[in-house]
Design a protein around this ligand. Structure first.
Ligand SMILES: Cc1cc2nc3c(=O)[nH]c(=O)nc-3n(C[C@H](O)[C@H](O)[C@H](O)COP(=O)(O)OP(=O)(O)OC[C@H]3O[C@@H](n4cnc5c(N)ncnc54)[C@H](O)[C@@H]3O)c2cc1C
Length: 445
């Protein structure tokens, strides 16, 4: 955990950081510029400057509520500045499964929320004029690795069309998937049209710049190390190394990095953090560029230990969940490179130029969680590796909850914190589950 005086940690050395450094200089500041260095009073304090926290702050600012954002690190230092940039309109739990467990009406409400997430990204891009984030509504192709998996995703697409009236999911044959991806490793696929790609670090920094321009203070390098009920009057007192913040309400938007200090650590116990790793190759030759991923969509596959890939900056970007090492360790990257070469033999000799990783917050019920942990504190977290659209949406809904409103949350609504059972055993548990999933994937089950 962070000591109260922990210095600012740099953004991980990723392709996103390199691309941001190459982009035209913008003079609009990302944040308030200095860590918190005085005492402050606000109506709502937001902890965490990723998509969740910044979306919450924007929703508050639009309602004229006095708020400020605090992050232990630079804006987007967490998953929001490291992810694959796959913008999707789904949950880890499929809509037919939701219907089986909770009924058709709930499945419809969840389906609406999933697509609302993409609408929120689009409107934030518009309102903040985030051309630098290069959001492209190109769709996402889910590629099946076995006949069985193909049958399952075809059935899901059929069900979504007939039961939910959504015809944005279409089936692609083996030949179509091979032509589009340049890989012969798939049996077929399902294209979700309401999805796309984005530059994740540009998106989060763009949101921060927009908020700073709207006079919402964002304090980087400001870990909240203590959170207590105010001694006098209603509200909460937050303590950071440089000052104390009095707030009527707090929004905790720290997701898989909640364990950075003991103040937010209770929120970490809602989650099982999985390390997720990414590699980016050198720029592809014109021949490979013309052969691989010609539609420039985002791509995922059906293996339990899912890999995803896309082309960006003329490079192949390839990611996967890797439960076996810690952030900053080299474990996982070589395995990822082997998996990439197995799916794309053309890339076997291509050099990998960037490798980085981060934590995703998985939940026990495979759905994001949003709710109030007490009468002064609201939280949203647990996007299960699909948080670009959902964190942008739930941040806004967290703001509404903090103000006493009742947004539509369907199955995502949570009453209080519910720590994962046997949380202290999560690391060996994750390793065990991951090894079992890898075995099932390897035997094609
Ligand atoms: C490698 C990787 C690939 C991914 N790929 C995709 C993808 O392609 N598509 C997709 O939709 N999702 C993806 N995700 C998930 C997505 O990035 C996350 O769901 C989303 O960014 C979560 O945003 P957030 O704002 O809730 O949390 P974060 O962006 O993680 O922000 C949390 C912030 O809280 C701060 N913080 C924590 N504790 C404190 C404290 N006590 N005081 C002050 N600050 C604190 C941290 O410094 C951090 O900046 C991926 C994640 C990873 C790691």
């Amino acid at each position: 955990m962070l000591a109260p005086t922990t210095p600012l940690r740099p953004q991980p050395d990723s392709l996103w950081r390199a691309m941001a450094a190459r982009a035209p200089v913008t003079h609009a500041p990302v944040s308030t510029g200095t860590p918190l260095n005085r005492d402050l009073s606000v109506d709502v304090a937001v902890i965490g400057a990723g998509y969740s926290g910044l979306a919450a702050a924007y929703a508050l600012q639009k309602r004229g509520v006095d708020c400020a954002v605090f992050d232990a690190n630079p804006v987007g230092w967490g998953a929001s500045g490291r992810n694959g940039g796959v913008v999707s309109s789904k949950f880890r739990l499929s809509f037919p499964t939701i219907e089986r467990m909770h009924g058709l009406d709930t499945a419809k409400r969840m389906h609406r929320l999933a697509h609302d997430g993409v609408r929120v990204v689009e409107s934030l891009i518009d309102e903040f004029k985030l051309e630098r984030a290069q959001f492209e509504h190109t769709g996402s192709l889910r590629c099946a690795h076995t006949e069985r998996a193909f049958a399952a995703i075809r059935a899901e697409a059929d069900w979504v069309r007939t039961a939910l009236g959504d015809s944005s999911m279409t089936v692609q044959t083996r030949e179509e998937v091979t032509h589009e991806t340049g890989s012969t490793g798939f049996i077929g696929g399902v294209l979700s049209a309401d999805a796309g790609t984005i530059l994740p670090l540009e998106y989060v920094r763009g949101l921060a710049r927009g908020l700073t321009a709207r006079r919402v203070p964002i304090y980087e390098s400001t870990p909240i190390v203590e959170m207590t009920r105010a001694r006098t009057g209603p509200g909460v007192t937050l303590r950071a190394p440089g000052g104390t913040v009095r707030a009527k309400q707090v929004i905790v938007a720290t997701n898989a990095y909640s364990g950075l200090t003991s103040a937010t650590a209770p929120y970490q116990r809602e989650l099982v953090p999985f390390r997720s790793a990414m590699i980016a190759t050198e720029r592809l030759s014109p021949e490979l560029d013309a052969k691989l991923m010609v539609q420039r969509r985002s791509y995922t596959e059906t293996r339990r230990m899912m890999k995803w890939f896309r082309k960006v900056d003329g490079r192949m970007l390839f990611g996967g969940r890797d439960a076996f090492g810690k952030e900053g360790q080299d474990t996982g990257f070589d395995a990822l490179q082997r998996a990439m070469a197995a799916l794309f033999p053309d890339l076997a000799g291509v050099r990998v130029e960037y490798r980085w990783s981060g934590y995703v917050g998985m939940t026990f019920n495979a759905l994001p969680h949003i709710g109030r942990s007490d009468d002064t504190t609201t939280f949203c977290l647990g996007y299960n590796g699909a948080g670009i659209a959902m964190a942008s949406l739930l941040g806004q809904h967290a703001a509404a909850l903090a103000l006493g409103e009742t947004p539509e949350l369907a199955l995502l609504a949570q009453q209080g914190l519910r720590p994962v059972p046997f949380h202290s055993l999560r690391a060996p548990g994750v390793r065990l589950v991951a090894a079992w999933y890898q075995f099932l994937d390897a035997v094609g089950a």
